[in-house]
Design a protein around this ligand. Structure first.
Ligand code: ADP
Length: 398
């Protein structure tokens, strides 16, 4: 069965068509600038050339309609007709406490996702626009919701509760949820498979380091803690997000700069993190590493603070798990930056970790980057959220 995986943002839409039995990616692509002048779709069939086409997309319905046209195109398409698409898997950012696993989208499920929009006002409505557009264009095709928060729903109360008046949890469900759950779950599973170990016996710390970044502590395959919170702003320092800070800073900046809470929240999301610490140099770790190596003090500051923070969170999760068997790096920075991995691991000698410098310099596949005598294994596992979504979708609809 072919599964169309859709990750729908407010003005963009990523897609992949995956054969669920062989797990082959038949085609993938991206629609950008939906609802904005200059919309463009890029489409790459397996083994073929990437095509980039400008085409108006006033709404997500036109975007999905172009995706379906590309997939069924006579020359470059990968299926003959829409009947060859058996189901659609949608990435949904926030499932609140309502969804601890993926589920088939019924009217009731859709209503519940809408109710969770309060917790993710930028993401859930965009995700739902994708669901509605697919329903309109592919009536009768089963749809599955795969939530970023679901994997973290196994966190115990002591890990998810904020030290706030309890009524805020009762009234508004203010608690820690965590994100990137599809990636954390997939990578924790691959870590066990790579090591040839039973996941139920393994203590793993997964470091998902991309533009957004989070760490999770996984005990026996279940998440027991993660660094993101009510929103994806908490935890690690990220490309442009502040991560953890003293909450009193908000009022302090508001008074000094005459800014509103929402203006400051926007600064915390878009102008902070390594971009902020590097005086606006870059949020991209390739630029930062280059500047670091050229001796740029702003890049050195941002990079040192970033890696130190990752190491501190890993340390706290070693405590949460009362030990650790494997630490796995994933996502754009985790998979590609041996530089960041080495800096983070330099703090972890107390765990008996010895990095294999030659292995750490490689890129690409799943790999171990510690020496055979290292007490804790450190791995690099490329994440694959689309495949995880396709697998969940297939499992629910087949
Ligand atoms: P997103 O959170 O948007 O999915 P990704 O997981 O794709 O992000 O990660 C994007 C980040 O990965 C980029 O901002 C960049 O900093 C980093 N990155 C990608 N390639 C490299 C590389 N070769 N070296 C260092 N960092 C890299």
């Amino acid at each position: 069965m072919n599964i169309l995986v859709i990750n729908c943002g407010s003005s963009s839409l990523k897609f992949q068509l995956i054969n669920a039995e062989t797990e082959e990616v038949k085609a993938k692509g991206l629609c950008e600038r939906i609802g904005i002048e200059g919309s463009v779709i890029s489409y790459t069939p397996a083994g073929g050339e990437k095509e980039v086409t400008q085409s108006p997309m006033p709404t997500h319905t036109e975007a999905i309609s172009l995706v379906l046209a590309a997939l069924t195109n006579e020359k470059t398409g990968v299926v003959k007709s829409l009947s060859e698409i058996g189901a659609v898997g949608h990435r949904i950012v926030h499932g609140g406490e309502k969804f601890a696993s993926s589920c088939v989208i019924t009217d009731e499920v859709q209503k519940t996702i809408e109710e969770c929009s309060d917790l993710a006002p930028l993401h859930n409505p965009a995700n739902l626009i994708g669901v509605n557009a697919c329903k309109e264009l592919m009536p009768g095709v089963p749809m599955v919701a795969v939530f970023d928060t679901a994997f973290h729903q196994t966190m115990p109360e002591k890990a998810y509760i904020y030290a706030l008046p309890y009524e805020y949890y009762e009234k508004y469900k203010i608690r820690r949820y965590g994100f990137h759950g599809t990636s954390h779950g997939y990578v924790a599973g691959r870590t066990a498979a790579f090591l040839g170990r039973d996941i139920t016996e393994l203590k793993t710390i997964v470091c998902h380091l991309g533009n957004g970044a989070s760490v999770s502590a996984v005990n026996g395959g279940k998440c027991v803690d993660t660094s993101m919170g009510l929103t994806p702003l908490e935890g690690l320092y990220m490309g442009t997000r502040s991560g953890d800070l003293d909450p009193a800073i908000l009022e302090f900046i508001a008074n000094k700069e005459g800014k509103s809470i929402s203006e400051i929240t926007s600064i915390l999301n878009k102008k902070s993190g390594v971009l902020g610490m590097s005086c606006g140099l870059s949020s991209d770790f390739r630029d930062l590493q280059e500047a670091y190596e050229a001796g740029n003090p702003a890049a050195i500051r941002a990079m040192e603070a970033y890696c130190y923070k990752v190491a501190k969170v890993i340390g706290s999760y070693v405590a949460a798990l009362n030990g650790v068997d494997a630490i796995t790096f994933t996502a754009g920075i985790g998979e590609n930056s041996g530089f960041v991995r080495e800096k983070v691991c330099a703090y972890l000698g107390y765990l008996g970790i010895t990095l294999d410098a030659a292995a750490n310099a490689k890129r690409g596949d799943e790999m171990e980057i510690t020496t055979p005598d290292s007490k804790v294994k450190v791995l690099v596992i490329p994440t694959n959220e689309e495949l995880a979504i396709a697998r969940d979708t297939y499992a629910l609809v087949k």
